[in-house]
Design a protein around this ligand. Structure first.
Ligand SMILES: *[C@@H]1O[C@H](CO)[C@@H](O)[C@H](O)[C@H]1NC(C)=O
Ligand SMILES: *[C@@H]1O[C@H](CO)[C@@H](O)[C@H](O)[C@H]1NC(C)=O
Ligand SMILES: *[C@@H]1O[C@H](CO)[C@@H](O)[C@H](O)[C@H]1NC(C)=O
Ligand SMILES: *[C@@H]1O[C@H](CO)[C@@H](O)[C@H](O)[C@H]1NC(C)=O
Ligand SMILES: *[C@@H]1O[C@H](CO)[C@@H](O)[C@H](O)[C@H]1NC(C)=O
Ligand SMILES: *[C@@H]1O[C@H](CO)[C@@H](O)[C@H](O)[C@H]1NC(C)=O
Ligand SMILES: *[C@@H]1O[C@H](CO)[C@@H](O)[C@H](O)[C@H]1NC(C)=O
Ligand SMILES: *[C@@H]1O[C@H](CO)[C@@H](O)[C@H](O)[C@H]1NC(C)=O
Ligand SMILES: *[C@@H]1O[C@H](CO)[C@@H](O)[C@H](O)[C@H]1NC(C)=O
Ligand SMILES: *[C@@H]1O[C@H](CO)[C@@H](O)[C@H](O)[C@H]1NC(C)=O
Ligand SMILES: *[C@@H]1O[C@H](CO)[C@@H](O)[C@H](O)[C@H]1NC(C)=O
Length: 437
């Protein structure tokens, strides 16, 4: 499948938000300005955001710095205490990762961002999750980790435009290529001990290699953290059985096909005929080559009827820039990347008698995006955040200038409604995490 760089980054980030148990952090409510949080070995001072009425605790270290022998290894708990207070008032650099050119990146630090709602005693852990036994990747696999083992680490989860099923292990060949590429780019390919060599290169060199390799890091089925196929785990009830809120956007698919350079851009790959539609399906399925019978069945399930499917906002047949079969490809892609995940998860949560809430976000128009893009991936975020004050992450791809530019009062009302429910602080994740320096 062809993705744009931005799309991969967003898809990964959109995995999960994990609600941690209130006991982990005790807020000292008497001191609202500034807020303080007493943790096991010290006290952090945060900042209060009046607009959202939320206390931010930014940049709390959650593990020992992953340097030296701790690099490329499971996180190691902090083991020291401090007296007095420490500031948790500023965002810290994000970990090194694929393609965040505009973001300050640090190899040497591992941080939490914690947001506390004034109105509800619900601490929200929104970044690193070492303390949740979490190793690598976005939190997308939390509910299935270690075969769905219940470590009592969280009590509910929200899966926004993604979910437990979305994880797809790269092939062995891809893994090997990634490894070789990183070794080549760090000058470690001839070292007798590759890991020791990688642990020795400078942060800047490693960061360079990760970016220059153009690879994505995905979780792999290791029999441990990722025990087996997520679909099999879901069907078998092997997931942490806590309440789940899961939702997707109607036109997710337009973000995943055609390799647009950014959300709302024209595709750079067109889908002009049946073969290109079937090829897309073939490339999506990694376990095996899709059989002729399967492809025939999918052709029927995704018929060539321009009036239906994705993008729902554009009814006629798309022109040659998109290719006459674009709508079928985009519809399949949205189902494959997002909707099937939501639906199967909801079904399994229901089957195993665990509370589940599900939504499909369908707001249109939004931020001047073309009707050929529709209610695509990520478009719910500014509303869930009620991002009308535009104080956070930059979303320069909206043709109108911003998501809220030129939108009517109904749109603002919708944003406020979505932001109030169900758990306001949760949704500020992106404002915090994606904020550029
Ligand atoms: C707290 O400090 C003690 C003693 O310094 C240490 O054993 C423990 O691991 C520390 N815990 C954390 C969470 O830092
Ligand atoms: C904390 O752990 C590191 C190794 O991970 C060790 O070098 C250091 O001595 C430990 N500090 C304390 C106070 O135990
Ligand atoms: C913490 O933040 C306050 C307010 O910005 C500042 O006055 C103080 O110097 C900071 N303390 C440290 C240790 O950085
Ligand atoms: C990452 O790689 C791209 C293209 O290879 C390049 O344009 C960009 O500047 C690189 N970013 C960093 C932070 O090195
Ligand atoms: C991939 O590698 C793993 C670990 O070496 C091995 O168990 C598995 O059989 C390999 N899969 C394929 C399809 O070769
Ligand atoms: C790594 O470098 C070797 C030797 O130059 C080359 O043969 C190989 O294709 C490279 N591998 C990758 C994945 O870049
Ligand atoms: C590592 O970084 C140094 C200094 O920036 C640079 O001269 C060198 O070429 C880099 N090496 C690799 C393999 O990227
Ligand atoms: C998880 O385990 C804890 C006890 O460790 C229990 O209180 C909780 O109900 C369990 N949750 C589920 C969903 O089984
Ligand atoms: C179908 O479209 C592809 C481009 O996606 C093109 O390479 C191929 O020749 C076309 N096949 C037919 C039968 O027109
Ligand atoms: C992968 O495909 C093979 C061959 O069709 C099938 O036997 C196997 O069950 C599939 N594995 C999964 C996890 O779907
Ligand atoms: C197809 O339509 C888009 C607008 O949706 C337009 O920007 C593009 O130029 C058109 N392509 C052709 C080949 O007419």
């Amino acid at each position: 499948m062809a993705y744009s760089i931005l799309q991969i980054a967003l898809a990964t980030l959109l995995g999960y938000f994990v609600l941690v148990d209130a006991a982990i952090i005790q807020q000292t409510r008497a001191e609202a300005h500034p807020p303080k949080a007493k943790v096991q070995n010290g006290t952090y001072v945060g900042v209060h955001n009046d607009h959202y009425n939320i206390d931010y605790f930014l940049g709390i270290p959650f593990a020992q710095p992953p340097i030296g022998i701790l690099r490329l290894a499971p996180p190691v708990s902090l083991n020291s205490s401090f007296s007095g207070t420490r500031n948790a008032t500023n965002l810290q650099p994000v970990c090194v990762q694929f393609q965040w050119q505009s973001t300050t990146v640090s190899m040497d630090l591992a941080f939490w961002v914690v947001l506390l709602s004034k109105s509800r005693a619900l601490p929200i852990l929104v970044s690193g999750t070492s303390a949740l036994h979490f190793i690598g990747s976005s939190a997308g696999s939390q509910l299935l980790a270690y075969g769905g083992r219940n470590d009592s680490l969280f009590r509910a989860a929200i899966a926004d435009s993604d979910g437990p099923l979305a994880f797809k292990s790269p092939s062995n060949a891809t893994q090997l290529q990634t490894w070789e590429s990183i070794l080549n780019l760090t000058g470690c390919s001839t070292a007798s001990d590759s890991m020791a060599c990688l642990r020795g290169v400078s942060s800047a060199n490693l960061s360079y290699a990760v970016n220059a390799s153009r690879v994505t890091f995905m979780p792999i089925t290791d029999g441990g953290f990722v025990e087996t196929h997520s679909s099999a785990q879901l069907l078998n009830g092997q997931f942490v059985q806590v309440p789940l809120l899961t939702g997707t956007n109607t036109d997710e698919g337009t973000n995943f096909v055609g390799s647009p350079s950014h959300i709302g851009a024209l595709p750079t790959i067109a889908y002009p005929n049946d073969t290109s539609f079937l090829d897309y399906i073939g490339q999506s399925i990694t376990n095996t080559t899709a059989s002729a019978a399967a492809l025939a069945a999918l052709s029927v399930l995704y018929p060539d009827i321009p009036a239906i499917g994705v993008p729902h906002s554009h009814k006629g047949r798309l022109n040659s820039t998109f290719g006459s079969q674009y709508a079928r490809v985009a519809t399949f892609a949205g189902d494959f990347m997002a909707h099937r995940d939501r639906r199967l998860s909801a079904q399994m949560w229901f089957k195993y008698n665990v509370p589940v809430y599900t939504y499909r976000f369908n707001q249109w128009p939004i931020g001047g995006l073309p009707d050929t893009t529709g209610t695509t991936h990520f478009t719910e975020i500014p509303l869930v955040q009620d991002h009308e004050v535009q104080d956070g992450y930059l979303a320069p791809w909206y043709p109108a200038g911003g998501e809220f530019t030129s939108m009517d009062s109904d749109f603002y009302a919708l944003a406020r409604l979505m932001n109030k429910a169900p758990i306001p602080p949760l949704v500020t994740f992106f404002r915090c995490y994606l904020k550029t320096p």
